[in-house]
Design a protein around this ligand. Sequence first.
Ligand code: NDP
Length: 309
Amino acid sequence: MSRILDGTAVSKAIRAEVASGVASLAARGIVPGLAVVLVGDDPASAVYVASKGTAAREAGITERTLRFPADLPESALLTAVEELNRDDTVDAILVQLPLPKQIDSARILRAIDPRKDADGFHPVNAGLLLQGKPAPVPCTPAGILELLEREGVPLRGTRAVVVGRSDIVGKPMALLLLRRDATVTIAHSKTRDLPGLCREADLLVAAIGRPGFVTGDFVKEGAVLVDVGINRVTSRADVERFFPGDAKRRAAFDRNGSTLVGDCDPATAFPRASRYTPVPGGVGPLTIALLLRNTLELCRGRRLVAPSE
Ligand code: NDP
């Protein structure tokens, strides 16, 4: 058994399943539609949106990206979202975050019809997740759960620690693990003795946003480690620290001037884990796969269920 939890392979499998589900709908004359809304010119957001669009089209989903300037007033974005809510060809709506400062993200996410909520960020869907009811679930934690289950990582009765309590990753991750009968602790920036708490975990999920923060002394020998972080490091000293002796990484850094590192220190944390998600190639690819699956499920829910049901 490989120590690496291979997010790329699992995401390929999920994407193939989605494509087959889309093909069955197409045979009945139904084509799922995804609308992506991008405000401003943040380069990272532009890259994410482009890859979501390509992946959707590859799966047979109709994808439309609405692009707006960074100074878009909040009212104009609300109007755009309402139009998408009314558009019968649109099954799933994704508003790319972060939004510019003048726009209240929470208000925009609340304006999305919960039945078209591709990211599962609407409070109604967050509430359904809390209650363990069917609802679109945020893509990153949903992808992690798929990865753990398909790779046969035991969850029932497991002591799990999730570091990070964001609405997008940490909290829904903790709820999904709880739903699978793990015993879950959520840690954050005010947690006392974080390394000691993390060392109790059989399953440790790091969703913090700090490169290499979780070092070997946070990890119980043999624990399973899920590294959600995506951090770009640009200093050679960091590359030497995180990837000592890794000639391939150093060559890539020399070519690109940067490299990606997660929230776990690959030099000291990964060697203690029985299994772990690498960065890149771990959690990242799953997020898009689950976006496609959410789109398919939302389409089925909206178009295959009779209005009276
Ligand atoms: P947020 O910034 O919203 O949340 C970060 C969390 O980490 C907060 O709860 C914060 O605690 C906690 N934290 C920060 N510093 C510390 C510390 N020193 N000790 C303990 N806890 C700390 O980030 P996100 O949840 O959105 O993302 C987390 C990471 O995951 C990022 O690297 C992001 O890029 C990555 N990500 C990756 C995705 C993927 O597809 N692979 C998708 C989404 C995110 P507090 O609440 O107390 O401030």
